[in-house]
Design a protein around this ligand. Structure first.
Ligand code: HEM
Length: 357
C-alpha cells in the first residue's frame, strides 16, 4: 500500500464523517463519497450543507426580548432564518423525493451493501411505512423535521468533540501515549478497535469526558423555557422565562473541580455517570427530561473514531504553540473554532490492517 502523507483539515473531514453517519441512519446513503472527501468537490458539498444547517443557529435573538424590534428586523436574523429554512426544505424535499422514487436506491459509494435491507433499516424507510398506516400523524413535514433535528443535533456535536480530543492529546503527549498504550495492549494491531473493546478501554472514556468537560460542544446547552413558575437550584423562576445553563462555567468552576483549567483525564478514573458526586457538575449532554437523547450514540461514535485514529496513525499538528481557548472563540456554538490542520501518517505495523479496509 502506498503511504500518502498529506495535510488534513480535520474539521471538514470529521464533519463529513459525522454527516455521513446520520445520513446513513436516515436515508441509507452518504452525502459525500469516500473519493470526494478531502477534495475540493467534497469540501464544497459539505460547506454548502453546513452553511444552511447551522448559519442561523442563534440562541439569543433580541426580538424575543424586545418584540418591537421584530417590526424592523434585528440584524436581519429572522430574514436569514427564513431563507435558511427554505434552503433546508428544498434539500430535505429532494432527499425524500429521491428516497421514495428510487426504491432502495443508495449512493454509488455503497456498492457492496445490500440495497433492499439498507432501505428497510433506515429511519426514513421506517417512518414512511408508518405513514402508510397513520398518514395524518406521520406527515412529510414530521419526517423532514425528525431528519433535520438529527442532522443539526448529531453531526457538529460529534465531530467537534473528536476534534477537541485530538487537539488536546496533541498538546499533551503524556496522556496521548498513555491512551495509545492502553489501546495497543487491549486491541493490538491485527484488527480495528470495535464496540466490544470499550469496557477494556477506561482511559479512552476518561479522555473523551475530559475533552467534553473542557470544551463542551454546546456550552450553554439549549435554551429552556418555563411554562409554570418553578424553582431551579433554589432560585425562583417565573413562568415564561428563558433559562440558559452555562455548562462551560460549571465545568470550569474551581469550587467543583481541582485545577479546572488543566487537561487531566485521570480525574474521571472510577467516576461513572451513575456516580452521585458526578451529577450536576458534568453536564455536556444536559440533564433531566430534555437531556440529549443521542448521548449514548455520541459517546460510542466518538470512542470508535478517536480510538481507531489513535490506534492506526501517528499524528503531527501544524500548531506550534497551543492556545486552546483562543481556538474556542465562540461560547455559543463551539463548532466555530479555529480549524485544526494535522498530518496523520499510518503507523508502520498498521499498514497491513489499513490496507484491508
Ligand atoms: C458528543 C456528542 C453530543 C453532544 C455533546 C450533545 C449535546 C447535547 C446537548 C447539550 C443538548 C441540549 C440538552 C439540554 O439543553 O439540556 C442536546 C440535545 C439534543 N441532542 Fe445531542 N449531543 C451529542 C450528540 C447527539 C447525537 C449523535 C444525536 C442524535 C443523532 C443528538 C440528538 C439530540 C437531540 C434530538 C436533542 C434535543 C433534545 C430535546 O430538545 O428534547 N445529539 N445534545
Amino acid at each position: 500500500m502506498e503511504v500518502v502523507v498529506q495535510k488534513l483539515t480535520l474539521r471538514s473531514w470529521l464533519f463529513t464523517f459525522a454527516f455521513n453517519t446520520v445520513m446513513r441512519i436516515g436515508f441509507g446513503k452518504r452525502c459525500a463519497s469516500e473519493e470526494d472527501i478531502g477534495t475540493e468537490k467534497g469540501k464544497q458539498i459539505i460547506e454548502e450543507i453546513r452553511e444552511f444547517l447551522f448559519a442561523t443557529l442563534v440562541f439569543l435573538n433580541m426580538c424575543d426580548f424586545l418584540p418591537v424590534l421584530k417590526r424592523f428586523g434585528y440584524k436581519g436574523i429572522e430574514k436569514e432564518m427564513d431563507s435558511a429554512h427554505k434552503k433546508r426544505n428544498v434539500y430535505l424535499n429532494s432527499l425524500l423525493h429521491e428516497f421514495q422514487h428510487n426504491k432502495g436506491s443508495i449512493s454509488v459509494s455503497e456498492s457492496s451493501t445490500d440495497r433492499n435491507s439498507e432501505k428497510k433499516d433506515t429511519l426514513v424507510g421506517t417512518l414512511l411505512s408508518l405513514q402508510e398506516s397513520e398518514p395524518e400523524f406521520y406527515t412529510d413535514d414530521l419526517i423532514k423535521s425528525v431528519i433535520l433535528v438529527l442532522l443539526i443535533a448529531g453531526t457538529e456535536t460529534t465531530s467537534t468533540t473528536i476534534q477537541w480530543a485530538i487537539r488536546l492529546l496533541l498538546a499533551h503527549p503524556e496522556p496521548f501515549h498513555k491512551l495509545r498504550a492502553e489501546i495497543d495492549s487491549k486491541v493490538g494491531n491485527e484488527r480495528l478497535l470495535n464496540e466490544s473493546d470499550f469496557t477494556y478501554l477506561p482511559y479512552l472514556h476518561c479522555v473523551i469526558n475530559e475533552a467534553l468537560r473542557l470544551y463542551p460542544p454546546v456550552p450553554l446547552l439549549l435554551p429552556h423555557y418555563s411554562l409554570e413558575d418553578c424553582t431551579v437550584g433554589g432560585y425562583d423562576v417565573p413562568k415564561h422565562t428563558i433559562l440558559m445553563v452555562n455548562a462551560w462555567a460549571i465545568h470550569r468552576d474551581p469550587k467543583l473541580w481541582d485545577e479546572p483549567e488543566k487537561f487531566k483525564p485521570e480525574r474521571f478514573e472510577g467516576m461513572e455517570g451513575e456516580n452521585e458526586g458526578f451529577k450536576y457538575k458534568f453536564i455536556p449532554f444536559g440533564m433531566g427530561r430534555r437531556a440529549c437523547p443521542g448521548a449514548a450514540m455520541g459517546i460510542r461514535t466518538v470512542s470508535l473514531v478517536l480510538g481507531s485514529l489513535i490506534q492506526c496513525f501517528d499524528w503531527k499538528s501544524s500548531e506550534e504553540n497551543y492556545n486552546m481557548d483562543e481556538c474556542y472563540d465562540s461560547k455559543i456554538a463551539s463548532g466555530k473554532d479555529k480549524p485544526l490542520e494535522v498530518v496523520c501518517i499510518p503507523r508502520n505495523d498498521r499498514i497491513q490492517l489499513l490496507s484491508q479496509l
